[in-house]
Design a protein around this ligand. Structure first.
Ligand code: IVH
Length: 716
């Protein structure tokens, strides 16, 4: 029988010589595909075919280690620098963690978990506790045990493909060994630099006259996001694995055992991970890690607690962008003292006058700080506008020695004044009463919602204030809003300054206006024909946008991404929403009650919405914009379930589920959960003791089912 071609011969049946020949041929072939994919953006084969080639290549190396020469693609350091990173959608989103700063908040977290699961001490919930590594997270994907892709977190939904770089990290195996590796196995963890490696790197850079890194985290991030993997290879990055993404099956039932498995498979895991049967143990472990912190050779910024039992993790699920089953307990921020050399005022997007401290530069936690926030006028004065004091009524003056603190990436803050060191000739700071950006009056309002004077002074210039318009425009095009590529902060500033874009609608008329006597973007310095064409294409692409993004982009105070989503889901169309908001001006009416019944909305955000849509200039601006756009319904994961799109109300006692859990399940299945029964309710789930809501449902002829029927409906 003729021998099959090399490629079809099982690796185990190859002679070393044949393996070497095939390895060399594959190396060439893969390099060609890489070039097409990365440099020419023109792949010739599918991802699956490419992966098959790579798997074969790696299998050859695994079976015949001698053939992997210095130029082996599995170290990929020979690859040419990339033009840009390729985007990767995460098959399971990469979420963030809720933070706690005190023991009390940790206890509340534990209580919340017990409440949600309807458990008490008779059935204790075990947690794990481990250091929170101060690096950057990386998803590494293995298929049939072989590393196929590494991607950064990005915005959580979509990151960047840094596979070539990740292959240069010693802690990241090219192949997982040991028992029970799932066919698809995505490991998640933190890339970091050790202190000694960081110091050596900076020393070398210093000698070479290059810019040094502020801290190990920045150095790690800069090293991982190198377009040329050869540069990454020179940096001794390390990796701790602590969670996972897509897994075709879970080999263990607890968090702790999963991490142990990771270690069995050849991954590096943090040795300070521990199981904690109760809140007191979690806090004790926190303190232990805090004590060890100065002796560790890598940066950590807190402790992460996770519910150990994976079934319970699943039941707890997620809220917004973080899991209900985990919490980051941060270490207290780092502090330093320095001199306050001046106070600058910047005007925020919503018109608040924000005082910024100009400081004598000082190092806090490895970073040089020369600016810090002073929050608002009240904060500087020492009086909160509600008859209360801040710092016992001590004001902050230029020339003062001040204490500042910095918590991770958060903007540094001025927290205190060292009164003993106050110069004799200092004077209280006089806060400006006109807006530094537009000269309009700046006022501190009595706020009817809070019943006190606002802490911040605000410009009354609204849409005529350049600071506000420009900031609003930047927000409008930002990633979470319209996400217009090629229209970054600097371009907005430039186009705004030159009066080419003075309101959002102008963005969408740019292309039509271009090429006229007044406007030739491609002739502007730093633009060029291609970049202008790209920009127009990017703008065209955003003419259709989801309602939630649109709402968020408007920059209405207090309307963040999740509020925008709630509103978009509830009202479906912009017309319904604005109609409801206008009608809600009457707080005694149904429209107001309906807004209040949306879980997650409160009176102050509702007031902001009412205010926004009752301002004539806002309405005009929004109308101009809508003439340019097509709005789509909210981004929804398409959920196929019998309750998708329905409005459900739970009432009475539920026996098998807590109320929170019932709500979370319903929402996961695409239902809206409301707090009260109205004509818009589709289904009422009533347990024993249901009263007025049940009566109302009957009166309105709405379908009412009990808890068992609910389970039957949603499948257990
Ligand atoms: S678990 C679902 N464990 O902290 C979230 N994260 O604030 C799973 N981080 O993006 C994350 N050390 O980059 C987890 N031991 C640890 C961690 C850790 C650092 C980072 C991670 C994440 C961020 C969340």
């Amino acid at each position: 029988m003729p021998r099959p071609t090399l490629r079809d011969t099982p690796v185990d049946d190859l002679l070393p010589m044949e393996a070497a020949m095939e390895h060399a041929a594959l190396e060439q072939e893969i390099a060609d595909h890489d070039r097409r994919y990365y440099q020419e953006d023109a792949p010739a084969i599918s991802d699956g075919e490419y992966d098959a080639l790579r798997r074969r290549y790696e299998a050859l190396e695994a079976r015949f280690p001698g053939i992997a020469g210095e130029n082996s693609l599995s170290r990929r350091v020979g690859a040419k620098p990339l033009e840009k990173f390729v985007k990767v959608r995460h098959s399971v989103p990469m979420l963030s963690l809720a933070n706690a700063f005190s023991d009390g908040e940790v206890r509340e977290f534990v209580e919340r978990v017990y409440r949600f699961l309807q458990r008490d001490v008779s059935a204790p919930v075990v947690f794990t506790a481990e250091p929170k590594i101060d690096g950057l997270s990386l998803n590494i994907r293995y298929e049939n045990g072989i590393l196929t892709r590494a991607s950064t977190r990005g915005d959580g939904a979509e990151g960047e493909d840094v596979t070539a770089n990740a292959r240069t990290i010693g802690d990241i195996p090219q192949r997982l060994t040991g028992a029970g590796v799932p066919a698809v196995c995505e490991i998640r963890g933190e890339v970091y630099l050790r202190h000694d490696d960081f110091a050596a790197l900076n020393q070398r850079y210093e000698q070479e006259g290059r810019q040094t890194f502020a801290n190990p985290r920045n150095a790690a991030a800069g090293s991982l996001r190198q377009l040329d993997a050869r540069v990454t290879a020179e940096r001794p990055l390390r990796y701790f694995a602590y969670t996972w993404g897509e897994m075709t099956d879970l080999p263990e039932r607890t968090q702790y055992d999963m991490i142990r498995r990771f270690a069995d498979w050849g991954l590096s895991v943090n040795p300070l991970t521990q199981r904690c049967p109760a809140a007191a143990d979690m806090l004790a472990h926190y303190r232990r890690i805090q004590e060890l912190r100065p002796t560790l050779d890598y940066d950590i910024d807190g402790v992460v607690y996770k519910v150990d039992d994976l079934t319970l993790q699943q039941r707890l699920g997620f809220i917004s962008r973080s899991p209900r089953w985990a919490l980051a307990h941060k270490f207290p921020a780092e502090r330093a003292t320095t001199i306050l050399e001046g106070i600058d005022i910047s005007v925020g997007r919503t018109g608040t006058l924000n005082p910024i401290a100009r400081l004598k530069p000082v190092t806090v936690g490895g970073v040089v700080v020369s600016n810090a926030t002073l929050h608002n006028e009240a904060y500087i004065s020492g009086f909160d506008g509600d008859g209360g004091t801040i710092r016992n009524g001590v004001d902050i003056r230029v020339g003062d020695t001040v204490e500042i603190y910095r918590a991770g990436d958060v903007i540094p803050k001025v927290v205190d004044v060292v009164l003993d060191k106050r110069p004799g000739d200092s004077a209280p700071f006089v806060f400006p009463e006109v807006c530094p950006a537009c000269g309009s009056r700046a006022v501190r309002r009595f706020n009817p919602r809070t019943g006190k004077e606002d802490a911040a002074r605000r410009c009354t210039g609204g849409l005529v204030c350049p600071a506000q318009i420009c900031e609003r425009l930047k927000h409008f095009v930002s990633k979470q809003a319209f996400n217009i590529d090629g229209l970054g902060d600097q371009r907005i500033e430039e186009l705004f300054r030159d009066k080419i874009i003075t309101e959002p609608a102008d963005i969408f008329t740019l292309e039509d206006r271009n090429g006229t006597a007044e406007l030739a973007l491609e002739q502007r310095e730093g633009w060029g024909i291609q970049s202008v064409q790209n920009l127009f294409a990017a703008i065209r692409e955003r003419r259709t946008i989801t309602l939630n993004r649109f709402l968020f982009a408007l920059g209405i105070p207090q309307v963040g991404e999740s509020t925008a989503k709630l509103l978009a889901r509830h009202y479906g169309t912009f017309e319904h929403l604005t109609e409801a908001i206008r009608a809600a001006a009457d707080p005694a009416g149904d429209a107001y009650a309906e807004l209040m019944a949306i879980d997650g909305l409160g009176p102050s955000v509702i007031q902001e919405l009412i205010d926004f849509f009752s301002e004539e200039h806002n309405v005009r601006g929004v109308d101009a914009l809508l003439r340019q756009l097509t709005l789509e319904p909210v981004e929804q994961q398409t959920v196929h379930s019998p309750v998708a799109g329905k409005t459900v109300v739970f009432t009475g006692t539920l026996e098998r589920l807590t109320r929170d859990e019932a709500k979370a399940t319903a929402e996961r299945l695409g239902a809206k959960v409301a707090g009260s029964v109205s004509k818009k309710t589709d289904l009422v789930v009533a347990g024993p003791g249901a009263g007025s809501k049940l009566a109302k449902a009957r009166e309105l002829g709405i379908e009412v089912i009990d808890e068992d029927a609910w389970f039957a409906l949603v499948g257990g």
